[in-house]
Design a protein around this ligand. Structure first.
Ligand code: PLP
Length: 365
């Protein structure tokens, strides 16, 4: 084990034996330990690793009322070579830093945050290595969270915070590489404001805004919502927990990062691979009418989502204004599958990591 930097209070009794690794679901089981740090009197202090536990929080804490909270999510994968691979955690540190700034959270400088997140993740993985699932498609999901903890009902940034990192063994988010997901285009509610809002931050409000349309979609038999822009209700934005890609007449189109959608790490990775493979990609606004027209003309070849939870997920159908458009062929499409295979190959150590995306942690036998 490498040198531990953070003080550790270990659990007295592990909960591992109670975990059913064959039925993990997503994010309902938490590993034994978590990382914790506090912000008070203008400084981040007390980094430590402790048992995963309930927090004592006063009901008057502003975060509970006004939502000053941000989070992020990345994964570690158990490789057959006895190493865990953490996929691009530096990108998540950078996004968490941006989210904190947007939510007026006095986060430490990016280099320091990145270093602490990485070291804490490594130490958690070493300590709770037995919690990393070994089944293909399963992984250890890592969830950093920053919350304001000052009790005040004034609407302003808190002066006390807690920074936590918890980990959770997870199965596949959508168990449907073969089946694909169905999306319903939401043309009434929006997830985030098109300009000047919170859309690019990984913060509670965006997910709260998605709950009602998400429930309505499921009630109508769809898996997920496909969001449109908040102004014209015309331009495609993203899916619940994924960025969206369309392959139209040989070209791959994905909405640009403009402040309203989450800058996905898997989105960036997919774009990098597509460019490596000399496949034409366009990061540009795409109207839902253009998608429907491409469907009608037969040019819409593949649609897929990209995100940490699902990796690459084929979209089988899109529902828009009382019509259902079933994407040609049996999912996954050729390019969708190629991206899925390449990304999971890199994550599990079966394919060379040419872009140095992984961080490695040696696991005990
Ligand atoms: C709203 C939203 N869009 C996109 C993504 C994909 O981002 P990433 O690839 O970093 O997981 C996520 C998941 O984190 C998300 O919650």
């Amino acid at each position: 084990m490498q040198h531990s930097r953070f003080p550790l209070t270990p659990v007295t009794q592990s909960r591992l034996a109670q975990v059913d690794f064959d039925n993990l679901g997503f994010g309902s089981t938490f590993s034994d330990h978590m990382f914790s740090m506090v912000y008070e009197d203008g400084a981040w202090t007390n980094p430590e690793i402790m048992p995963y536990q309930a927090l004592a929080i006063e009901p008057g804490v502003a975060m509970l009322h006004y939502g000053q909270t941000v989070f992020d999510g990345y994964k570690a994968f158990r490789g057959e070579d006895g190493q865990a691979r953490i996929f691009r955690p530096d990108r998540n540190a950078s996004r968490l830093h941006d989210s904190c700034q947007r939510l007026c959270i006095p986060i430490m400088p990016l280099a320091e945050l990145t270093e602490i997140m990485l070291q804490a993740t490594r130490e958690l993985i070493e300590l709770d290595h037995a919690w990393i699932p070994s089944q293909w498609g399963h992984s250890l999901y890592i969830r950093p969270l920053v919350i304001g903890t000052e009790a005040t009902l004034e609407v302003r940034a808190a002066n006390r915070y807690r920074f936590l990192i918890m980990t959770s063994p997870v199965g596949s988010y959508f168990n449907n590489l073969q089946k694909g997901v169905s999306l319903r285009v939401e043309d009434r509610f929006t997830r985030a404001a098109s300009i000047g809002g919170l859309g690019a931050a990984k913060t509670a409000a965006n997910y709260a805004a998605s709950l009602l349309p998400g429930a309505q979609s499921r009630a109508q038999g769809f898996d997920q919502v496909l969001w449109l822009d908040s102004n014209a209700h015309r331009y495609v934005e993203e899916v619940g927990a994924m960025n969206i890609f369309f392959k139209i007449a040989g070209r791959v189109v994905t909405p640009p990062l403009g402040g309203s959608i989450l800058p996905g790490v898997v989105r960036d990775s997919a774009l990098t691979l597509l460019r490596d493979w000399d496949i034409p990609v366009e990061e540009r606004r795409i109207a839902i009418d253009e998608v429907i027209e491409a469907f009608r003309s037969g040019d819409l070849e593949e649609v897929f989502g990209a995100g940490t939870a699902a990796v690459i997920c084929p979209v089988a159908s899109i529902g828009y204004q009382d019509e259902i458009y079933s994407i040609a062929g049996t999912p996954p499409g050729e390019l969708t599958l190629r991206l899925y295979d390449e990304l999971t190959g890199i994550q599990y150590g079966k394919i060379k990591d040419r872009h140095d995306w992984n961080q490695y942690v040696a696991l005990p036998d």
